[in-house]
Design a protein around this ligand. Structure first.
Ligand SMILES: [Zn+2]
Length: 260
């Protein structure tokens, strides 16, 4: 006969804990056996297993992701190493996955890269500069090797493109070249190539003689550079090449006019 008082005195919490300890111990001691049994069950019930797995994943996706995230955060080295090992063992699979991911997320990746670059411009530039100064020869070698490969790969198409570019973008090229020359002369300027292109499109008549501008156009420095004029927005204008070349080299036409 069971006595009520006796049952009341049983510490259920204690029993639960003991039971847990026992289970833990048992699992530990028989882990290989348990794994083998589980594996065998999976092999025999593949479909059931897969669908259960899917269901579990669907119902616990947040939990799973959180635990994966925390694992990654807590074991960065382990994760990195195992990924690396996998990549080394499955190079083809890795490449194809990478390409697939890139194709699928092109826009996202581009935006992300752009955003990252915009936010870390100075840092990135400093790092690149630093790397370049530390590895001058290496960078030069890499550049040469890359150039060779690129040239061979795109020989025909790039030549054709260059030809077209030279023909259709004559003015842009001359602006770029003159900009480059100025830049080597003078570091500080508020003029950009875009500004010059805009100024040119707005200037329909020569700023010296007032006649219509056609093909032969020069960027004129109102106060010439060789007498201390600056290559800045307020000192440039578009004129006929002829009108530009007819000006006195010391800019006396303008400077005297201003002094009077
Ligand atoms: Zn003119």
């Amino acid at each position: 006969m069971i006595q009520v008082g006796y049952i009341k005195n049983i510490d259920f919490k204690m029993i639960k804990e003991e039971r847990r300890e026992y289970d833990k111990d048992y699992y530990k001691k028989n882990s290989e056996k348990r794994k083998a049994v589980a594996k065998a069950w999976i092999v025999e019930n593949r479909e059931k297993y897969e669908s259960q797995k899917k269901l579990y994943r669907k119902n616990n996706i947040k939990k799973i992701k959180a635990s994966q995230k925390s694992y990654r955060e807590n074991n960065p080295k382990k994760v990195y190493d195992s990924l690396k090992e996998w990549r080394n063992n499955n190079p083809e699979k890795y490449e194809s996955q990478r390409t697939k991911y890139y194709e699928k997320n092109k826009k996202k990746i581009c935006d992300h890269t752009k955003g990252y670059y915009a936010n870390n411009k100075e840092n990135i530039r400093a790092k690149v500069r630093d790397y370049r100064t530390k590895n001058v020869e290496k960078v030069r070698e890499q550049g040469r090797a890359y150039g060779k490969v690129y040239y061979e790969k795109y020989k025909d198409s790039s030549k054709a493109k260059q030809k077209i570019y030279r023909k259709t973008e004559k003015f842009r090229i001359s602006v770029k070249n003159s900009q480059h020359r100025r830049r080597t002369k003078m570091e500080v300027t508020d003029i950009t190539t875009e500004y010059l292109l805009e100024l040119k499109s707005k200037t329909s008549h020569c700023e010296i003689c007032g006649k219509k501008l056609k093909d032969n156009i020069h960027l004129d420095h109102i106060i010439p550079l060789n007498v201390g004029g600056l290559h800045i927005k307020s000192n440039v204008r578009y004129v006929h090449a002829k009108c530009n070349l007819q000006r006195p080299k010391n800019g006396s036409d303008i400077i005297q006019f201003r002094l009077l």
